[in-house]
Design a binder for this molecule. Structure first.
Ligand code: ADP
Ligand code: MG
Length: 226
């Protein structure tokens, strides 16, 4: 008799999903709604960091993208939604990655000044210097091509680095390319195709298998009908 009252679609294990705030969150919330997962208050208008949902055992955490893999790896969140760029930089082998949500699509690309004549800085350097937020991805990319470069880690405003002589090349997210052009740069090579992925803590996948499977099934149906 008790079993009849249990919601068959989502079972009773407590599950936390860590969402990347900003662009990914704005694109993911409508997908979650079509998967039947709705926060109980307006996330975009609240200053809270964790939210109850219409499903009694499911909560959503809203954090910076770079922190999502950390919370999921240590099991504070069971699932996470994160850009493939952030995931590969952190170490994708540490998670299960069962679903590509195909949202927040962009590319990680190399970019350099449109005109290299009179390029300040480049001539006096023995090796090409590359500025990026994604040093691990960039270092693997250049190693795979057999190119030796010097990497410089920056956290923002990468487009400025070439004109100020800090770097010859940048590896950065490119969407329309407008920001690059506005700074006299052009995109060259694709390093990584990026979209939002669902990651799962490996222990949670075992312990909370039924709940997680149900959530993944609902999300993948929603992706399919998107
Ligand atoms: P932060 O400001 O914390 O670096 P962003 O909101 O800029 O975060 O980016 C978060 C994620 O959104 C990135 O990891 C990437 O996967 C994706 N993303 C970033 N820029 C774009 C873009 N222009 N178009 C589509 N997706 C993007
Ligand atoms: Mg940003």
């Amino acid at each position: 008799m008790m079993e009849d009252r249990v919601n068959k679609k989502f079972s009773t294990e407590s599950v936390v999903i860590a969402l990347t705030k900003g662009r990914i969150l704005r694109e993911v919330l409508p997908l979650f709604a079509s998967a039947g997962i709705v926060p109980l208050e307006d996330i975009t208008k609240s200053r809270k960091l964790i939210f109850d949902t219409n499903l009694p055992n499911l909560r959503l955490m809203i954090i910076r993208g770079v922190d999502v893999p950390t919370y999921v790896e240590f099991g504070s969140a069971d699932l996470g939604i994160v850009g493939k760029d952030v995931l590969v930089e952190y170490g994708e082998e540490r998670f299960y990655e069962p679903l590509d949500l195909k949202l927040a699509q962009c590319r990680l690309m190399t970019a350099q000044p449109c005109f290299s004549v009179g390029d300040v800085g480049k001539s006096h350097r023995a090796r090409v210097r590359v500025a990026t937020k994604f040093t691990r991805i960039a270092s693997e990319y250049y190693a795979s091509r057999g190119e030796q470069v010097d990497l410089v880690k920056l956290n923002g405003a990468l487009e400025l680095a070439p004109s100020l002589g800090l770097a010859d090349v940048i590896v950065d997210i490119v969407d329309s390319g407008m920001t690059l052009r506005a700074n006299g740069l052009e995109a060259k090579e694709v390093v990584l195709e990026v979209s939002s992925r669902v990651i799962v803590n490996k222990g949670s996948m075992k312990i909370k298998n039924q709940s997680i499977r149900e959530i993944l099934t609902q999300l993948s149906k929603a992706v399919g009908s998107n």
